[in-house]
Ligand binder design. Structure first.
Ligand SMILES: Nc1ncnc2c1ncn2[C@@H]1O[C@H](COP(=O)(O)OP(=O)(O)OP(=O)(O)O)[C@@H](O)[C@H]1O
Length: 280
C-alpha cells in the first residue's frame, strides 16, 4: 500500500517566549563527498554526492544501515569535520561560523554529563565553552529545566538521575545557546521502548516550542516516522541518499498516531526502502 505523501513541510509550532530561537536557519548539503582510508590503507567513499535541503524550522530524520555515513554527515554539518567535495551550509554560511555564534545545538547517544556539576551547571556548559557569562542565562536555564520536565532537579547531580532524565539534561544543554539548528545523533538509542516513546513526545513538543531546524539520526523507523516531516533513507558503499519519504501527519502528533494504519503503512514503506538500501 502506498504511503501518504505531503507536498510541503509542516510549519513549526507556535513557539514559547524565551525559548524559541530568535532567527531560524536552513541547513543545506550540496554534493557532499567524504573520503577516508580503511584499515588496509585503501581510500573509500564514506559519503558520495549527498545533496539535501532542510528548510528553516523543519524536522528531518536520517536513517540507514550501520556505516552508511550518518554520523559523518552530522559531523560535517556541525563543523567538526570538513567534506572533501561539496559543502554544507547553515543559513548560507559555513557550519563553523554558526557554531562559533552558538547557533548549533548537539545531543548524542551518550549524554556525557560532568558528574561533579549540577543539572543547571551541566546545562550551562556550552555557554562556558563560548565564553558567555552565565548570569544573563539564569532565567533561560530555569525555563529549559521546566521545558524538559526536570522541575525541582536544578541542583541534582547526574548520579541522582535516571537515564531518561540525563537525556533530558543533554537536550536542555543542546538548547541553552538558543540554537537555530539542532543535531541529534541517536539521542534515545540507549533508552527502553516506553521511555523512548515518552521522550519522542517531549522532543516533538520542544521542537515545536523552539522552532529549531532539526536533523535527527536514528535506527528506529517508527521514531523517524513519528517525529520527522521527512525521512531520509541512506544506503552504504558508498554512503549516499537512497530516497526521501515524507511523513505528512498533522501536528501535534500523539500516541494515537502509533495505532493509525496510515502510520504503519508509512513505517512499512520506510522499512522496505531501508531493506532495499541494505541489499543494494
Ligand atoms: N575518521 C575516520 N577515519 C576513517 N574512517 C572513518 C572515520 N570516520 C568514519 N569512518 C568510516 O566511515 C564510514 C561511515 O561511518 P559513520 O560513523 O558515519 O557511519 P554511521 O552511518 O553513523 O554508522 P552507525 O549507524 O553504525 O553509527 C564507516 O565505514 C566508518 O568506519
Amino acid at each position: 500500500m502506498a504511503a501518504p505523501r505531503a507536498p510541503d513541510v509542516a510549519p513549526p509550532g507556535p513557539g514559547a517566549p524565551g525559548i524559541r530561537a530568535p532567527g531560524l536557519r536552513a541547513l543545506s548539503f550540496r554534493a557532499v563527498g567524504r573520503l577516508f582510508r580503511g584499515p588496509d590503507g585503501a581510500p573509500f567513499r564514506a559519503l558520495d554526492d549527498v545533496t539535501l535541503d532542510c528548510p528553516a524550522g523543519s524536522f528531518t530524520a536520517l536513517i540507514g544501515p550501520s556505516g552508511c555515513g550518518k554520523s559523518t554527515l552530522l559531523r560535517i554539518a556541525t563543523g567538526l569535520d570538513a567534506p572533501d567535495e561539496g559543502e554544507a551550509t547553515i543559513g548560507g554560511a559555513p557550519p563553523r561560523a554558526a557554531a562559533r555564534r552558538g547557533e548549533i545545538g548537539v545531543a548524542f547517544q551518550d549524554p556525557a554529563l560532568l558528574p561533579w556539576r549540577s543539572v543547571a551547571e551541566n546545562i550551562a556548559l556550552p555557554l562556558d565553552a563560548l565564553g558567555r557569562p552565565r548570569g544573563p542565562a539564569k532565567r533561560r536555564i530555569a525555563d529549559l529545566i521546566r521545558l524538559v520536565g526536570l522541575d525541582g532537579f536544578a541542583e541534582a547531580r547526574p548520579a541522582q538521575l535516571s537515564g531518561g532524565m540525563r537525556q533530558r539534561v543533554a537536550l536542555a544543554r543542546a538548547l541553552v545557546t538558543e540554537p537555530q539548528v539542532l543535531f541529534l545523533d541517536e539521542p534515545f538509542g540507549a533508552l527502553d521502548q516506553i521511555l523512548r516513546r515518552q521522550m519522542n513526545l517531549e522532543l516533538q513538543r520542544i521542537w515545536r516550542e523552539t522552532g529549531a531546524t532539526t536533523l535527527l539520526v536514528t535506527h528506529a523507523v517508527d521514531e523517524a516516522a513519528f517525529l520527522a516531516d521527512r525521512v531520509v533513507v541512506m544506503a552504504a558503499g558508498p554512503g549516499r541518499i537512497a530516497s526521501v519519504v515524507a511523513a505528512p501527519f498533522p501536528r501535534p502528533r500523539g500516541a494515537a498516531l502509533l495505532r493509525d494504519p496510515a502510520f504503519h503503512a508509512l513505517c512499512d514503506e520506510i522499512g522496505e526502502r531501508l531493506f532495499g538500501a541494505r541489499a543494494a
